[in-house]
Design a binder for this molecule. Structure first.
Ligand code: AKG
Ligand code: FE2
Length: 489
């Protein structure tokens, strides 16, 4: 087996992939709640009713269930009612009142430390009350981000008698089943407990069918805030061991002479999805990075690496072209192609680089003009490493066997989340069709040639644990970009 620098560097990349995957995408548990916070008021006018969710009778729960409307869900940009996908009752926030607030029982601190590593401030906004009666369920879905600041969801499960209704979180290769039905009701303690699950809302989750009884939940949307919430003490910040691992391995990787010897970019496919709009600069994501993506960015900051989020398009013009752009590309048809040359921004670059034509049936096809581009670039910038357009790093596989990036890249982690970035595609200037460009968000770290990188000698010993060395490889040379969620433009 080869023990040369190449395989050593690959091992480092595997370790980085391993460390990233260790950061949990959720936290959950049960927590005691003072009795008065378990009171819920619902209904309208004279029929207003009070129920103690810590000690609710069947009649109370049936009354609550009857007061609910059927719950809908979002499909693309529509709100649909489909009981084969979601069967549950809901009350909007104006139809009930409760003194319960997760911040008053310690859940805020837990979420802050366990989900955000104590790093960012956030608010919890009550979204809905749900009642799942017998046979109610919610099939796997992701929660629609209500703004670019929304990063997570919080579900509170009350101790009302029910069986089934397990909450399941689906990650790429494993699922977690969280079942509070027994633990909440079997407690002999004189106070009531609620269950909580906080998770990054791009994680797929479901509620399995309730077999009997009533499962009552409150859901909250979690948003990053610029300023700390009032009356909130800053939480204790844990030093993240995952960040420690990442910093250590990244330091080794960036100082390895065999990695990007002539300079270029390390590429990290991000693990989470982010709401991005047409033309939005990827850099605006810096402050909204979640979980392991945020930890990776912090490790880069610690090492003073030059990093920036980019959108990676595999199918920009055809299946053979690969582009990293500093923003979501607004891909408009332009009739006259004028090369504006180096310094052109991503959108100009893309529209001038290809011709888009629409067939009678409205379908779009495109023709590449890379040779024209190449010629122009070659004239101005004889060295390939200079041929980098502002905000764009690209490669075309097709032309003249040119397989080089205009700037070398090494994928350290492939994209772990699937991202669909919606882009408007206007054909003929009068009829607007919405087309999709399939992209995913990556973090690009710019490296100088290895001789100029300075003495970034790796620190820390070689005492890795067994868990680390049995890590699975995550290095993907040309990752597939798949389609899931369409943030609205
Ligand atoms: O009620 C629950 O347990 C979760 C509901 C949910 O996933 C949602 O409303 O999006
Ligand atoms: Fe959900």
């Amino acid at each position: 087996m080869s023990t040369g620098p190449y395989s050593k560097d690959c091992k480092l990349m595997q370790k980085i992939g391993w460390a990233v995957r260790q950061q949990p995408v959720y936290c959950s548990g049960v927590i005691p709640v003072p009795d008065d916070l378990m009171l819920l008021y619902f209904g309208k006018g004279e029929s207003t009713r009070r129920v103690d969710l810590g000690d609710a009778s069947l009649a109370d729960l049936e009354a609550l269930s009857n007061a609910c409307e059927p719950a809908a869900f979002g499909l693309g940009d529509q709100t649909v009612m489909d009981e084969t996908y979601r069967k549950a009752g809901k009350l909007d926030c104006d139809a009930f009142a409760t003194l319960f607030h997760p911040g008053d029982v310690g859940i805020r601190e837990i979420v802050h430390n366990e989900l955000l590593g104590g790093e960012k401030d956030f608010t919890m906004e009550l979204y809905k009350l749900n009642v799942y009666g017998k046979d109610a369920f919610f099939k796997p879905h992701q929660d629609t981000p209500r703004s670019e600041k929304m990063f997570g969801s919080l579900v509170i499960v009350f101790p009302t008698a029910h069986e089934g209704g397990e909450f399941v979180l689906h990650e790429k290769i494993s699922s977690r089943i969280i079942d509070f039905s027994e633990i909440l009701l079997s407690s002999k303690a004189p106070v009531s407990f609620v269950g909580y699950i906080a998770f990054f809302s791009d994680t797929s989750h479901e509620v399995r069918p309730v077999k009997s009884g009533h499962r009552v939940t409150l859901t909250y949307n979690l948003y990053f805030t610029d300023a700390p919430e009032q009356n909130t003490k800053p939480s204790h910040t844990f030093p993240s061991s995952i960040q420690g691992f990442l910093t250590k391995y990244l330091r080794k990787l960036t100082s390895a002479l065999g990695v990007l010897p002539n300079g270029g970019y390390l590429v990290f496919g991000l693990r989470h999805k982010y709401a991005l709009k047409a033309s939005q600069k990827a850099d605006t994501l810096r402050e909204y990075l979640k979980g392991s993506d945020d930890i990776l960015a912090r490790a880069c900051d610690e090492l003073k690496l030059d990093w920036a989020p980019h959108v990676y398009y595999q199918k920009l013009v055809d299946n053979m072209s690969f582009v990293f752009s500093d923003r979501v590309i607004k891909y408009d048809y332009v009739e006259d192609h004028e090369l504006s040359g180096p310094g052109a921004d991503a959108e100009t670059f893309v529209s001038e680089w290809s011709t888009v034509s629409a067939a009678e049936d409205g379908s779009l096809s495109s023709t590449l003009h890379p040779r024209r581009w190449e010629e122009y670039q070659r004239k101005l910038y004889p060295s390939p490493s200079d041929r980098e357009t502002k905000g764009v790093l690209w490669r075309s596989y097709q032309q003249h066997g040119d397989r080089k990036w205009h700037g070398d890249t090494v994928w350290v982690t492939g994209p772990m989340s699937d991202h669909k970035i919606q882009t408007h595609h206007t054909a003929y200037g009068n009829e607007s069709t919405v087309e999709y460009l399939y992209g995913c968000v990556c973090l690009l770290v710019k490296l100088k040639p290895s001789a100029e990188r300075g003495d970034a000698v790796a620190v820390g010993g070689e005492g890795e644990t067994v868990a680390e060395t049995s890590a699975q490889a995550t290095t993907i040379t040309h990752p597939e970009v798949m389609v899931v969620d369409a943030p609205s433009a």
